[in-house]
Design a protein around this ligand. Sequence first.
Ligand code: OGA
Ligand code: NI
Length: 362
Amino acid sequence: MASRVAGSDSFKHFEFDATLKHLSDSSSSSLKSVPSKFNFTNERTAFTSDSLPIIDFSALVAGDPHQRSKAVHDLATACRDWGFFILVNHGVPESLMESMFKAVKEFFNLADSEKKQYEAKSASDPIKCGNFNVANTSNQSFTLWRDYLKLYVHPTFHCPHKPQLLRDVVQEYTQITRKLALELVEAVCEALELNQRRYVDEILKMESSFQMFVTNYYPRCPQPDQAIGIPQHTDPGMFTFLVHNGVAGLQIEHDGKWFNADSPQNSILVNAADQLEIFTNGRCKSVKHRAVVNEEKDRISIVVANGPSGEAVIGPAEALVEKDGGAKYYAMKYEEYVESQLTKSRFDGKSLLEQQIIFSTN
Ligand code: OGA
Ligand code: NI
């Protein structure tokens, strides 16, 4: 039952009688091809690189100024060259990561009739789950090969009450990742010689960071080149954090080519997001990425989008604008940016970030 996507402000597309979890459980042996409503032909071959930057968080917060300044420099280089890096020694307990995967699996395993209460009524609902339709270039709608749960967790915490475990682990994990994100933003400011009190506290208002928790469930797929988990996009916010259940699927754009972004399971894969690119006047890159699916294994990812405050108006830092002789991006209130990205149903046209660009040097 594919629905037509009416325009850029359309938002709907939750078909609880057919979540992917339900579909793949009920027809696991018989599902030999992708049902037509998911049809999105894609070329998913990608290069493998062993040079994705690694950032050691413990060095970033080390008392030793030498270690710290090297880590700050490495971070700025990673944000410039790849827009992605692997964060190690981040201090998130392994047991918490394990509990989190257990909890999100329990959520996806709930009966569709229970999940239905979290069906989104509008794009800005603080709790929503289901699957998602987007439009392709010919404005035909197709459904992503992915079930998801998305929660606004800060400054106000929202989470389903069931399963019990989910609430506790989401709260604990997002609190830790907020601290990590703050440290990363401060380190970028240090690398760019930006006054931290002015920018981190007064402009970005990181203390009241608008933070979102998303978990994606991508069941194994009988024809992985005929469906996609998430088409290419960039993320809103300052830094996105991603962990996964050990199954590959994330690909990132680098030098005009697609690369597999495999990260060790206990590390956190971090990417610079749109507001970091805007704020740094293009020094940090919010890089396009996508999630492809595979024939053998179910994949689960847990993603935290760490934003500035929803109230913050984010444009290029004035100290950098002065240096560069102009702002390369328009400014916009963060909560409005998130809202317009949520209601955008096309993945293939100009991204919201591209629409914000005033001029580009490359
Ligand atoms: C996202 C995203 C990729 C993945 O949720 O924004 O890019 O591998 N997810 O799940
Ligand atoms: Ni993303």
